[in-house]
Design a protein around this ligand. Structure first.
Ligand SMILES: NC(=O)c1ccc[n+]([C@@H]2O[C@H](COP(=O)([O-])OP(=O)(O)OC[C@H]3O[C@@H](n4cnc5c(N)ncnc54)[C@H](O)[C@@H]3O)[C@@H](O)[C@H]2O)c1
Length: 346
């Protein structure tokens, strides 16, 4: 298999690239990443000289570049993770989200059609999110693949739009695609604007721990390695023609926890006091609860999450403690400015 991964320098993408490079049946992994503030080439320092790997600095909005890569590298499948991924930033301005998440996906789709018209079939794995389903009430059952899309924030709306574009291209142009929707990920290498790494780094630096609203928003936390194994299981099922197109699949971890419980676990592991928690005004339009049903993934892909929460979060905290050079590499001026604008100076 010859794979184009987009957004491979990000959190999930970098774990995926490393996993793909460890697999015998993968002949080539091309990583196309435009290196936004969230893209860290340092995440892939261990594999940068791997003979089957190539990094290309460029954007999924560059339709000609995508076409060139697909042809020159004889790509079989694209796994599209390139995205603006932070809800808070999409509330500030949605422009980049529309550009990357929707229009970038359009560029990929158009190139797949162009190749199909020349007799070359390329599969697409579109990495989406549970956020496209909207928010659940406490008594409601977890989302399933048939749950209608009801995105409630600008980030989620751009991801849902991309999903719909993918579905429409399958229906109209007969391309082969899968859409994966996963719950909140955690693990090493996550950029510290997201809840868990922000809490770890602030705890280590003796800063306050900002928690939105009452902290009772519920998410179904999954370890990044389980998400990656779900993406790979989907890729194989699509490559082996075992599933219909478009194949929509949910991944979750049966691990519903409130944000406050997450913060309490982190500070207990690190050993700082509860007085560090600081409740701040809630995010506008903050979804209350997400939970993912993954029965279909179990039934069709024999996939299930393997990492237990306590083990995964302890290992994640330890990773941040033992990788100060990674922390230094992501401490860009832009990140500092964003933190200050968002939560105020500490
Ligand atoms: N993090 C989660 O909890 C989670 C959960 C479910 C789904 N997802 C989805 O998984 C994907 C990856 O998420 P993540 O958390 O790793 O994100 P991330 O923000 O850590 O990484 C995104 C990567 O995309 C790159 N990128 C951005 N715009 C680009 C462009 N125009 N062209 C090429 N590269 C570009 C960035 O440089 C970065 O390396 C996203 O599509 C996201 O919606 C994330």
């Amino acid at each position: 298999m010859r794979i184009l991964v987009t957004g491979g320098c990000g959190f999930i993408g970098s774990h995926l690239v490393k996993k793909l490079l460890s697999m015998r049946e993968i002949e080539r992994v091309i990583n196309l990443d435009s290196l936004t503030y969230a893209g860290q080439p340092y995440n892939l320092v261990d594999v940068e000289n791997h003979r089957n790997y190539k990094f290309i600095h460029g954007s999924i909005n560059d339709i000609e570049l995508i076409g060139e890569i697909l042809s020159s590298e004889a790509i079989d499948s694209i796994i599209n993770l390139a995205a603006e991924s932070h809800v808070d930033r999409s509330i500030g301005s949605v422009n980049e989200f529309i550009k990357t998440n929707i229009d970038g996906t359009r560029c990929i789709l158009e190139q797949i059609v162009e190749h199909k018209n020349k007799g070359v079939d390329i599969n697409l794995i579109q990495v989406s999110t549970d956020e496209v389903y909207g928010s659940l009430k406490p008594e409601e059952a977890p989302f399933v693949e048939e749950t209608p899309l009801r995105p409630m924030n600008p980030y989620a709306a751009t991801k849902a739009s991309a999903d719909m574009l993918v579905q429409s291209f399958v229906n109209t142009h007969g391309i082969c695609a899968a859409i994966t929707r996963c719950s909140n990920n955690y693990g090493p290498n996550q950029f510290p604007e997201k809840l868990i790494p922000l809490m770890i780094l602030n705890s280590l630096e003796g800063k306050s721990l900002p928690v939105y609203g009452d902290g009772k928003q519920i998410r179904d936390w999954i370890h990044v390695s389980d998400h990656v194994s779900g993406i790979i299981a989907t890729l194989k099922a699509v490559e082996e023609n075992k599933v219909d197109s478009p194949f929509v699949i949910n991944f979750g971890a049966d691990n519903e926890m409130t944000n406050l419980e997450i913060v309490e676990t982190v500070i207990e592991i690190i050993g700082v006091g509860r007085e560090m928690i600081q409740f701040v005004s809630d995010r506008p339009g903050h979804d209350r609860r997400y939970a993912m049903g993954y029965g279909k993934a179990w039934e069709l892909l024999s996939w299930e999450p393997l990492v237990m929460w306590r083990e995964g979060i302890t290992e994640t905290v330890e990773w941040y403690l033992s990788n100060p050079e990674w922390i230094e590499s992501i401490r860009s001026d832009e990140y500092r400015t964003w933190l200050e604008n968002h939560y105020g100076r500490d």
